[in-house]
Design a protein around this ligand. Structure first.
Ligand SMILES: Nc1ncnc2c1ncn2[C@@H]1O[C@H](COP(=O)(O)OP(=O)(O)O)[C@@H](O)[C@H]1O
Ligand SMILES: [Mg+2]
Length: 357
């Protein structure tokens, strides 16, 4: 990392774009982050990661959107010599799954947001559920199916699913986001179609009990002492919060705060913090819960370790509603990233074995 005097601004590399289905969402998020970063304290360095995996510094999200792209560079000197802290504003594959976090760890560059384990766990719906189960946190009944099992014997797979969950069920690729490849299946024919669709995106598929949920979202901020924001609620107009509902016909209703009684709200916030800690999150995450309309039960649905960051995204909006404005939120996230990096620096990286006689 670059050494600089206390009075110089921190150079923040905003990494955006990426080889992911959520490339365009990332551009929109990065636009807001760069526009909001306090210029008195930070020097933002936009770094566009294109769909082919090239790293292109000094290309702003506005330019990336217009197709005005600079020239690619080697990411290593860029991170090592021009960056005090990296802010991966990347969603999905390679950005939110621990890959970029691993690269930054290797290069000893501080970064905003959760580390490798939390990112990878948050991204993998099956591993995430297993960890929630191990902690005894409430999740919906589910089973894991592989594409190999499906090609060996679809009948056996369907039998196993129907013994574990009842229709409607949701079929989800284990490692994806933004509702891509997710189907709501009301019967066996739809189940087979849903499994085939999910198989296009991953060889591991989560099949989950469908319910009629209220969808609650809670923003968490912090390292060792994470805090929960006020609770938000999404009311999709469509049958579920699909890709189209999220990004195409943006007519879902967003309620902040979610109308909930105080006790239930506190229970939801505690569950969100517990889940955050369970996967070793640091910095930030948005924890999504379901509240079943039939029995008022809370369920952990998922954790997004790099949530949407546009001004109208839930994560910054929840903090604004909780008294932390967008710019101050970015200050805190950067401070938390630096703090985590500093703590790691104090760890011993060598071991001298000294036998006791
Ligand atoms: N078990 C379920 N019951 C009812 N609706 C669900 C269930 N699972 C997912 N959904 C709907 O599908 C959406 C996307 O599912 P989710 O697991 O959050 O995947 P993603 O990571 O793509 O956001 C949810 O926001 C919700 O609207
Ligand atoms: Mg979701």
């Amino acid at each position: 990392m670059v050494q600089r005097s206390l009075h110089e601004k921190l150079r923040v590399a905003i990494l955006f774009g990426g080889r992911s289905g959520e490339h365009d969402v990332s551009i929109a998020s990065a636009m807001s982050v760069i526009d909001t970063l306090n210029r008195q304290r930070y020097d933002p360095l936009p770094v566009y990661l294109d769909q082919q995996g090239n790293w292109i510094p000094h290309t702003t999200p506005h330019n990336a959107q217009k197709g005005i792209i600079g020239s690619a560079t080697d990411p290593f000197p860029l991170l090592a010599h021009q960056t005090d802290i990296a802010f991966p504003v990347l969603h999905g594959t390679h950005g939110e799954d621990g890959a970029i976090q691993g690269l930054l760890e290797m290069m000893d560059v501080p970064y905003v947001g959760p580390g490798v384990v939390a990112s990878a766990t948050g991204m993998d719906k099956a591993v995430f559920k297993q960890i929630m189960q191990a902690h005894g946190f409430p999740i919906l009944p589910w089973i894991l199916v592989t594409s190999k099992q499906l090609s060996d014997s679809a009948d056996r797979v369907v039998e196993r699913i129907e013994a574990a969950v009842s229709y409607p069920v949701f079929t989800k690729p284990a490692n994806l986001g933004s509702s891509v490849g997710i189907s709501r299946c009301n019967n066996q024919t739809e189940l087979i179609a849903g499994l085939e669709e999910a198989c296009c995106y991953d060889h591991r598929i989560v099949v989950e009990q469908g319910i009629r949920p209220r969808e609650l979202e809670i923003a968490i901020l912090g390292n060792d002492d994470p805090q929960a924001s006020t609770i938000g609620e999404i009311r999709p107009k469509a049958a579920f919060y699909s890709y189209a509902a999220k990004y195409v016909s943006d007519d879902s209703e967003l309620l902040i705060p979610a109308p909930l009684d105080v006790q239930l709200a506190q229970q939801a916030q505690k569950l969100a913090i517990d889940a955050y800690r369970a996967i070793d999150c640091a910095g930030m995450a948005r924890v999504d819960l379901f509240l079943s309309l039939t029995d008022d039960q809370l369920y952990v649905n998922e954790i997004n370790t790099i949530p949407g960051f546009t001004e109208i995204s839930m994560y910054p909006q929840l903090w604004t509603a909780s008294g932390i404005g967008y710019s101050e939120l970015l200050d805190q996230l950067i401070a938390l990233g630096l703090e985590r990096h500093h703590e790691k620096k104090t760890l011993k990286r060598t071991y001298q074995y000294a036998p006791t006689i």
